[in-house]
Design a binder for this molecule. Sequence first.
Ligand SMILES: Cc1ncc(COP(=O)(O)O)c(C=O)c1O
Length: 955
Amino acid sequence: MRKNGPVTSFADRHIGPDAPALETMLATVGHASLDTLVDAAVPASIRGDDVLVLPEPRSEAEVLTALQGLAARNTVQVSMIGMGYHDTITPMAIQRNVLENPAWYTAYTPYQAEISQGRLEAMLNFQTMVSDLTALPVAGASLLDEATAVSEAVLLMRRAVRGKDGGRIVLDAECLPQTVAVVRAQAEAIGLPLEVQELGEGWEAPEDLVGLVVQQPGQTGVVRDVGTLIDLAHEAGALVTVAADILSLCVIKAPGELGADIAVGSTQRFGVPLFFGGPHAAYIAVREGLERQLPGRLVGVSVDADGDPAYRLALQTREQHIRRDKATSNICTAQALLAVIASFYAVYHGPEGLREIALRVHTMASTLADALRARGVAVRHDHFFDTIVVEVPRGADSVVARIAARGINVRRLDADAVAIACDERTTPEILTALLEAILDRRAERPVYTGPTVTIPVALRRTSEYLQHPIFSAHRSETSLMRYMRRLADRDLALDRTMIPLGSCTMKLNSAVEMAAVSWPGFAQIHPFAPADQTAGYREMIAQLEGWLAQITGYAAVSVQPNAGSRGEYAGLLAIREYHRSRGETERDVCLIPASAHGTNAASAVLAGMRVVVVATATDGEVDLEDLRSKLSAHEGRVSCIMITYPSTHGVYEEHVGEVCAAVHEAGGQVYIDGANLNALVGVAKPGHFGGDVSHLNLHKTFAIPHGGGGPGVGPVAVAQHLVPFLPRSLAPVQSPAELAREGAPVSSAPYGSAGVLPISWAYIALMGHGGLRRATETAVLAANYVATRLQDHYPVLFRGPGGLVAHECILDVRPLTKATGITAEDIAKRLIDFGIHAPTMSFPVAGTLMVEPTESEDLVEIDRFIDAMITIREEIAAVERGDIAATDSPLRHAPHTMAMVVADGWAQAYPREQAAFPVPSLRLDKYWSPVRRIDNAHGDRNLVCACPPLDEYEA
Ligand SMILES: Cc1ncc(COP(=O)(O)O)c(C=O)c1O
């Protein structure tokens, strides 16, 4: 607890309530101290060993110094390794105004569309950019990475092709090695036949072909006539995905122009740093007719209550929660912030700028190829975009070493060949250094002859792209800066309001934690850089994995999964492989409680399991009787149970030990979804109270910001017997601990979204054991304070031991809806008028609101939320009394825009004053929703997923 005197510890700044506030909150919930509260709330059966062996908390200055030391142990070289990762120049205007701006990085996923118009516009720009460049009409708003995007495309092709059950997928031998590894594992898990084939001349499409994946340019840089392959696959009744380099599409014919059904790839090289492999936004675009099969989020244009255009997430917004095991994908948290950066890169450069960059990159590669050939060195392909393969019989190792000695990393393809990928940063001086290193003698600077295209005419792009005015409107930095500010101002992010979203843990993402993300020592490292250049990263990752294992009580942790959904998939694959290693191949049933997050069921299907739902008892706990009957009905087939702890009902379930024991007795494994770990850190360890495996969400519990819908990191943590099945790494050199992991890789990059790991590392280093535990206790107190103060206004749906909730509480709006017609959605939209982000709506129980205040909100802010909810309750009471009809009430017309309030006519049955300033403090600090309530159904009926022409806004 904060002592009198100067504030010194970081924990005191991270945790919102100070000592007097804690006293007030404790008095309200009727407990003398945090200890007695937690003792009462958390069942003794799960407490056990709650000691965390972690380093002592460090000060902000100490943490920065330590991170600087780690960054200094990574070597920033000129990176020409390629393999889907290319160095790029992040325009400083974008770095400062977006990547380093809390208005952008602390926003949540735009489910509340009215307060998310800014980031939705930026994501719509991303979709338009992808759709234009791929020449396919519908593009989604970002996938996790290129390998998982190809995986998603393969699954999409399998869903969309009918009448070819058991048919196979063919992957191009030119696909990136990490793509092949990730997709192969996915196919294997669901029993989908898959082959890797050379797609050279004379290739014939197998009769049972379901889908073909072609990489263009190929991993060796080759640019081929993909159109012929597409035609052959189509003739065989298959679909075709082209994995395309986004920059190459400025000069090479687009997949859509060649007849491809799907295009996927990474947008990393559009201004997003290498980050040692991630986070980066992948893209997916599809031809007409496949849009309803798209995985991930899709931003669409709809209209608001005035008929004005407004953006919102279209179609699949909540599809996992509705369709669960039938969902198109398990992807939830994606890479929104990185998609936004890539979209601003396109806005910054425009079509001419991008073409110029692409041409320069291409010309660099051909200049080097010409210079080598002129000196008798063979270059493998005649047609390439940015990557050339230099033939150096038996000389690859020495050539790579000579190039490295000049500060440049290239790729050793095999003993006889070296691949060199040019990028935006490649200069003629770099080409000279390469030439001299390859020839092993001094060489004249190769002649750079200005932009020229050496790609055959038939393969060149001639069509226009990025013709929407948005891609030419902001050429000056002043204009761009103001555009970025304008969009940010339309949104409510954590820099303006608490975001009390249950199950999301929107806590502080402190400035000191964020600082290292853009340092070159972390940002400019290629994921496949030689191990001796990445010592700092690897040390930091090993420490973080160790700390997370300590916190969760598991034997080992892998940070490779780049979202919670990927962590679930990795954990379930580990369970599957464990059973198989013991010859128990029949075990394919995954038991999932009805209240589980939708990703759980979707992930189980991806891991090749059958989902069997376990009922919820009336008190919100897993129904033990139903569990026992499901266990006996599926005797010998139970692979695992997937429970969330504390459950999504926001209570510490007393019987979790019995649940785990019953499943273990039946030979199953226990997966504990760790998304709610903010209620456990320092208090109890899932690895000690029955879990065999968990995933964590570092973008919740461990301070990585949500970025408007990503990035995320979803480490998977396992008990000793599952360690061999953790995702293996494709890193060039690995520690003994890593070498012991032989499971399927689940991300493109060896350490997933490594670039944001310094955030969680810093969080734990700053908080230490005591700070982490106090954060948990305060989060539990805050939720109970909200529950206590609001219980007379809105019933609290579930309570656990001691009548207490865990770190979140569900407010039941259904009785009010029944009595008045006012819905949880009405309340969520009315909160916008108060400048407050809504709690989680209708999850896990339809018609309710789930509130998670977190430890970072101070009492003033928590009270602001509570007072808003009470004021709203009074407005509902007016409907109850019959003073005003629900349809006429401010609740139904919320949110109110400034335009509406100042309009000459005022047709509403309540005063303007009440509409705009329901509490007096809003007169000084008022957030105005830029649009009125959005009509979602209209947008789904009239799907528009690219920037509409400007005249639609002016009409
Ligand atoms: C309980 C639970 N499990 C799993 C997930 C999935 O995590 P992610 O969104 O990182 O994929 C979430 C995300 O909100 C969650 O709340």
